[in-house]
Design a protein around this ligand. Structure first.
Ligand SMILES: NC(=O)C1=CN([C@@H]2O[C@H](COP(=O)(O)OP(=O)(O)OC[C@H]3O[C@@H](n4cnc5c(N)ncnc54)[C@H](O)[C@@H]3O)[C@@H](O)[C@H]2O)C=CC1
Ligand SMILES: O=C(O)[C@@H]1CCC=N1
Length: 277
């Protein structure tokens, strides 16, 4: 095991989220020969290997046995079925395990892994693909400082990373930043549709809405002002923005967003309950 240098990393499940993280890692210069991906989809693996130069396998145990850090990136509903046949490999290799699955608790995952292993729960998001992700991280007591620094380095290679002190806070992280990109995409869809209704060609309306999201996102992250301050700068008294904001407020945007986030967090808790061993 390489404990003091760049860890060797395997992704079990090479879908959307694993693909976003591992492509982000490679773009940031993480060595491709340190990365494994295991998935039943041979065509998907072949394409990924060709694109990135990583090592791929349809044999999950082979990937576990080859690395220091295993990212569990299958759907929560599939996790038990994936982990139980891997117990022997996990107990022999004893890698750091990082689960990115929504909902599944450390207690449930430890039960499926067999004996307690160092375990981190991470809730990343898809902008990791562009190095603009943000992940919430929670570590169990078994995780060493060295292993925490690996997880931080991997998460920071594809964006920002924050540790939470209570495992239950990951439900809120899931509701805000894990699912969050989809909220902004939905808003962009709605704004583009509104532009079309106002008479713009669909393609142009979408381009305006998308580029406005990009510009607003960059202002949020690259200027020191708060979102409210940035909004005030767009909102001329008696002007057009004030009218739009009035409608958002009268129609209860804050309440709507609060209810949506509550529903996402509730679903994370339900998944944990439904799937626990
Ligand atoms: N998509 C997102 O925005 C985020 C997803 N997550 C979590 O990431 C995990 C994966 O989600 P996605 O990437 O969206 O799903 P996905 O469906 O794109 O990827 C799952 C992958 O697992 C593979 N798989 C299925 N059975 C397998 C097996 N027996 N062994 C190995 N691989 C197997 C599938 O072929 C697929 O490629 C989920 O647990 C989800 O909660 C977390 C944060 C954000
Ligand atoms: O929708 C989901 O369940 C996953 C977790 C956060 C984003 N996608």
């Amino acid at each position: 095991m390489q404990k003091n240098s760049t860890p060797r990393v395997a992704f079990i499940g090479a879908g959307n989220m694993a693909g976003a993280i591992l492509r982000g890692l490679i773009q940031q210069g993480f060595p491709a020969d340190h990365i494994w991906a295991a998935d039943p989809g041979q065509d998907k693996l072949d394409a990924l290997a060709k694109e990135t130069g990583i090592q791929v396998t349809t044999d999950n145990a082979e990937a576990v046995m080859a690395v220091d850090l295993v990212v569990l990136a299958v759907k929560p509903q599939r996790m038990q079925q994936v982990l139980q046949p891997l117990q022997t490999a996990f107990q022999q290799q004893r890698p750091l395990v990082v689960s990115i699955a929504a909902g599944l608790t450390c207690a449930t995952l430890q039960g499926w892994l067999g004996e307690a292993l160092p375990l981190v729960r991470s809730m990343p998001n898809t902008p990791s693909l562009l190095g603009a992700g943000v992940a919430g991280l929670y570590a169990t007591a078994e995780v060493s400082d060295q292993q925490k620094s690996w997880v931080e380095a991997i998460s920071q290679a594809v964006g920002e990373a924050v540790w939470v002190s209570e495992e239950s806070q990951l439900e809120a992280v899931t509701a805000v930043s894990g699912s969050g990109p989809a909220y902004y995409f939905l808003f962009t869809e709605a704004l583009a549709a509104a532009g079309e209704k106002l008479g713009l060609p669909a393609e142009l309306a979408l381009k305006l809405a998308e580029h406005t999201a990009l510009g607003a996102g960059r202002m949020l992250s690259e200027t020191p002002e708060t979102p409210a301050e940035l909004r005030a700068r767009v909102t001329s008294p008696g002007g057009t923005t004030a009218e739009a904001i009035r409608i958002f407020e009268e129609q209860g945007l804050h309440k709507l967003v609060d209810e949506a986030a509550q529903a996402a967090a509730k679903r994370a808790r339900e998944l944990a309950e439904e799937l626990k061993g």
